[in-house]
Design a protein. Structure first.
Length: 551
């Protein structure tokens, strides 16, 4: 049995545990193998990451380089095929290589079966042993996936396959790829009114891969969601000067534009219909990291890690990365920053980062941005931030009735719906979008699918509320035994809950957090995307980011 057949069997027979371990090792070993020279420092770092000895890492690296650079090369108990590696005679091996080059790696895209037939013919003509089909398949699998695709399908097809070999594709243009990710911020924030702790917020960050410029930041009190992604995209795609002025920050952040590709992990908020449809609407390709290759998202993860390190060093109220690191530090007692002040501090930190030399680039991110912008043109921005954001809000489908639309026991109506109501029997279900932070209006996509109509509450005297308040009110009504929830009871319950929250805010962290979420509800004007105002932050509070390691 030759090495190829052994490896093929390994793929099929390895246990899930062994296979997953080999996948994890492959993510690290493939990076190591890509280096010109795998020195002791790099090998020791890989050993620490994998929990192995230096000698074991060298063994895995040798297997990876001697084999085809595939996961099965790292499975334990794998036969090495003898001292020479391959068991095929040299003249048979030469025929296989010749046929693959002359017949498989061509734009005619011949099948493996056709390649096997030609190899069989040439071997028989020369009186040589015919290799098995499995052996040929193994040789095909060992071909460089990018070069193979380019030879068979062309350069454009190869560009989308660049990630298949374990190495992220090369990014050379502004906004060609933007990576986005979330993280809890390692700091306790306080409420605006009493300056008492309300907990850790969440950060959503986006970074341009080509220039390493940070394209957008959004800080929320809600866990990551499709809305967080939409808010970050809207911040990214529009000019930031007005937002910086509202924060009271004197800083320059000129990097804006709509990405060609949004590159994210496989979290649920990145797989929502709202995000998918919004990206399709604006021509943004939505791509996901390959499973088992976490370094593909390493650029955004590295900058987020650097930002959290800066938070640990500079901000009072930090929680550090874990309990052990925090020790006896009183994060709640030392917390002083509100959400608005944290936003302002982060904006200043980003401005400093753009002006610092990046270790991987050898220049500042800002310099690379302007150089690429001069070469390829400045990326286009979005003029109406709210209209852009609407395309990324959660989607609902409802039929229009004589009284408008009903979503979660709340009625929405305006006179502009009258022509739709007259045609309601032929329209069917219409697409609606709603901002979870403020459900006082919805956006209804008109029947021809071109524009959105802002539709407010049917009862205009109702206060703006968030989806979290609405859901809590419905839960409370159910607990009270209300089989049917009507709109009047829902808003009355929200009012009671707000009164309880305001009374308890002095003593309860959750109450203060809930009140802060409510007071940051967006304004009802559908043409304005509100941004909370913040006091100016001294430039001295911000220290430039540490050097960010190149992945």
């Amino acid at each position: 049995m030759d090495q190829d057949e052994v490896s093929e069997r390994g793929v099929l027979t390895a246990s899930d545990e062994l296979w997953e371990a080999a996948v994890r090792q492959a993510a690290v070993i493939s990076r190591l193998a890509a280096l010109d020279s795998a020195g002791v420092t790099a090998v020791d770092a890989a050993a620490d990451e994998l929990g192995l000895s230096r000698r074991q890492v060298y063994v895995l690296l040798g297997r990876w380089r001697d084999g085809g650079g595939v996961v099965s090369d790292l499975l334990p108990g794998r036969s090495d095929g003898g001292r020479g590696g391959s068991r095929l005679p040299d003249d048979v091996e030469a025929i296989v290589r010749q046929v693959l080059h002359a017949r498989y790696l061509t734009r005619q895209r011949r099948s493996v079966a056709a390649v096997c037939r030609e190899i069989t013919r040439l071997c028989r003509v020369r009186g040589l042993q015919v290799p098995s089909r499995g052996t040929v398949l193994r040789r095909v699998a060992q071909l460089d996936p990018v070069q193979s695709t380019q030879a068979r399908e062309g350069r454009d097809a190869a560009r989308t396959k660049s990630s298949a070999g374990g190495v992220p594709p090369e990014i050379t243009q502004l906004l060609q790829q933007v990576q986005m990710d979330h993280t809890p911020v390692d700091v306790i924030v306080v409420d605006e009114r009493q300056r008492l702790p309300i907990g850790r917020p969440y950060l959503t960050a986006a970074i341009d891969v080509a220039s390493r410029c940070i394209m957008g930041l959004v800080v929320t009190l809600e866990a990551p969601s499709a809305t967080s992604v939409g808010l970050c995209l809207a911040r990214m795609a529009t000019g930031k000067q007005a937002w910086l002025e509202q924060l009271g920050v004197e800083a320059v952040w000129p990097m804006s534009g709509k990405p060609h590709e949004l590159y994210v992990d496989n979290a649920s908020e990145f797989k929502s219909e709202a995000l998918r449809r919004g990206c399709e609407q604006h021509g943004v390709a939505l791509s996901y990291r390959p499973p088992g290759l976490p370094h593909f998202g390493g650029i955004v993860e590295r900058v987020i890690g650097t930002m959290m390190g800066l938070v640990h060093d500079e901000l009072p109220g930090t929680t550090f990365s874990n309990v052990t690191e925090r020790g006896a530090y009183d994060s709640d007692g030392r917390a002083v920053l509100t959400m608005a002040e944290l936003n302002a501090w982060l904006a200043l930190a980003v401005a400093c980062y753009h002006g610092q030399v990046h270790d991987g680039l050898g220049r500042t991110p800002a310099a690379v941005w302007f150089e690429l912008a001069e070469r390829d043109g400045t990326p286009g921005t979005v003029s109406n931030e709210t209209a852009f954001l609407v395309d990324f809000l959660p989607v609902f489908r409802r039929t229009v009735s004589r009284s408008g639309f009903v979503i979660d026991h709340v009625q929405y109506y305006c006179d502009a719906l009258k022509p739709w109501i007259a045609r309601r029997d032929e329209l069917g279900k219409l697409v609606l979008r709603r901002d979870p932070r403020d459900i006082s209006r919805i956006w209804a996509l008109d029947p021809d699918g071109t524009t959105y109509l802002a539709v407010p509450y049917r009862v205009l005297s109702r206060p703006p509320i968030s989806i979290w308040e609405q859901q809590a009110a419905i839960t409370r009504l159910r607990q009270q035994g209300r089989a049917d929830v009507d709109e009047q009871a829902l808003f009355a319950t929200v009012a009671q809950m707000r009164e309880i929250t305001d009374t308890a805010a002095a003593t309860t962290r959750k109450a203060r957090r809930d009140r802060e979420r409510r007071t940051s509800t967006p304004a009802a004007d559908p043409n304005v995307l509100p941004v909370p105002a913040a006091p100016a932050v001294e430039m001295g509070m911000v220290r430039p980011f540490e050097v960010i390691e190149q992945w």
